[in-house]
Design a protein around this ligand. Structure first.
Ligand code: CP3
Length: 367
């Protein structure tokens, strides 16, 4: 994609392709592992790097994003890196103000209230030029990774971004966003369509910049039952995969595996497995064996240890990992947590999790 000029780099050769092989459904010698929010406040070095700056200024600094992305890899033998950024840079690029309030979370001073507020949004085609700083962060990080492991790019899925843009921040009920779905279905589809139109070139741009896999976070799937999910989330999730794949091909870029993580979207597992993604991420509420039965053998599964299991002793973490690996089986599987790490988690226990996955998955293959 020549639009952002990042398509022609010569990146260092990849030394560990275990994560990519598992994502494509190829056999691996052991189970690859990474953690959602692996770059985060549970690391003292992260808190130090982040301390001086506001959150979205950090997101706009390619050097800071690169440093934060690499920090967990210096400590743990993870099999993938995920670029440090945030899903809310897309609403920002569409013209909305978003601030990160320490201790409270993201906040939109002027959320979307009325249908006519949609007119405030910029043309989604402008998003790519607004988000050049993310592409720069990806290119720099891919260089600095020196081929150690693949780099994952990501974005929030349309419904999850819509909830923030209407609620103005986190919400326990999503009542305002869901009110739109029931009272203004057409305006809701218009907004979801605008977000999809922004996400497609954004994700293609991430690959052009050096991302070797993409994860779409539908973190608020659980607020929709299967009916609303089928109407307002799934069609856009499908559309993103289809259009990103077509766009990569059109731009002459090699395909990358795509991961869909719909948190609490257990009711739609079968549909997600057929939505055009190579990998389906599972949160910790889903039983691995049942998930495998439901999705069949055609997708790779990713997940799903309860993040709070990292509060347990290292011995207990080892036992839980062993159980998880036994249930998922050795192939077509990427180990991860069922959601992100929390700031009060012990880095040592994250290391114990990663080591247990590597150790037990090699043992599994010997039997
Ligand atoms: O290591 C990684 O996983 C990559 C970095 C990453 C961040 N945000 C950094 C971040 C990723 C993948 C995200 C995605 C993201 N952002 C999601 C989807 C994933 C999920 O958690 O469901 C969502 C919903 C957001 C929006 C968001 N950003 C929230 C709700 C918060 C929490 C606010 C808080 O104070 O806890 C953030 C902030 C954020 N994004 C942090 C990090 C490391 C913590 C804030 C900080 O560093 O000051």
């Amino acid at each position: 994609m020549e639009a952002n000029g990042f398509g022609l780099q010569n990146f260092p050769e990849l030394k560990n392709d275990t994560f990519l092989r598992a994502a494509w459904g190829e056999e691996t010698d052991y189970t690859p592992v990474w953690c959602m929010r692996q770059a985060g406040r549970y690391l003292p070095e992260f808190r130090e790097t982040r301390a001086a700056q506001d959150f979205f200024s950090t997101c706009r600094s390619p050097e800071a994003c690169c440093e934060l992305t690499l920090q967990p890899l210096r400590r743990f033998p993870l099999d993938a890196a995920i670029i440090f950024s945030d899903i809310l840079v897309v609403p920002q690029a569409l013209g909305m103000e978003v601030i990160m309030v320490p201790g409270k979370g993201p906040s939109f001073p002027e959320p979307l209230r009325e249908e006519r507020d949609l007119e405030r949004l910029r043309d989604p085609a402008a998003v790519v030029s607004e988000l050049g700083y993310v592409f720069q962060a990806i290119t720099l990080t891919r260089q600095q990774l020196a081929g150690r492991v693949p780099l994952i790019g990501f974005a929030g899925a349309p419904w999850t971004l819509m909830t923030y843009m209407i609620e103005g921040g986190s919400s326990s009920t999503m009542a305002q966003a869901k009110r739109w779905l029931y009272q203004r279905p057409q305006a809701s589809h218009k907004l979801l369509g605008t977000l999809t139109d922004a996400l497609v070139p954004y994700l293609i741009g991430q690959v052009a910049a050096g991302a070797q896999a993409l994860q779409l976070f539908e973190s608020h799937a659980g607020h929709l039952g299967s009916e609303l999910f089928g109407k307002f989330a799934l069609p856009y999730i499908r559309d993103v995969a289809k259009r990103v794949k077509a766009g990569l091909q059109k731009a002459g870029l090699a395909p990358v595996p795509m991961i869909i993580f719909a948190k609490d979207g257990h009711f739609a597992l079968e549909e997600l497995a057929q939505s055009g993604y190579e990998v389906v991420g599972l949160d910790w509420t889903v039983a691995p064996k049942k998930a495998r039965e439901r999705v069949g053998k055609m997708v790779t599964l990713q997940g799903n240890l309860d993040p709070c299991a990292l509060y347990a002793s290292e011995e207990e973490i080892g036992r839980l990992v062993q159980q998880m690996l036994d249930e998922f089986g050795p192939q077509r599987y990427i180990a991860n947590l069922g959601h992100g790490l929390y700031p009060d988690m012990d880095p040592e226990h994250v290391g114990a999790f990663v080591d247990a996955v590597h150790k037990h998955s090699r043992l599994l293959r010997q039997n």
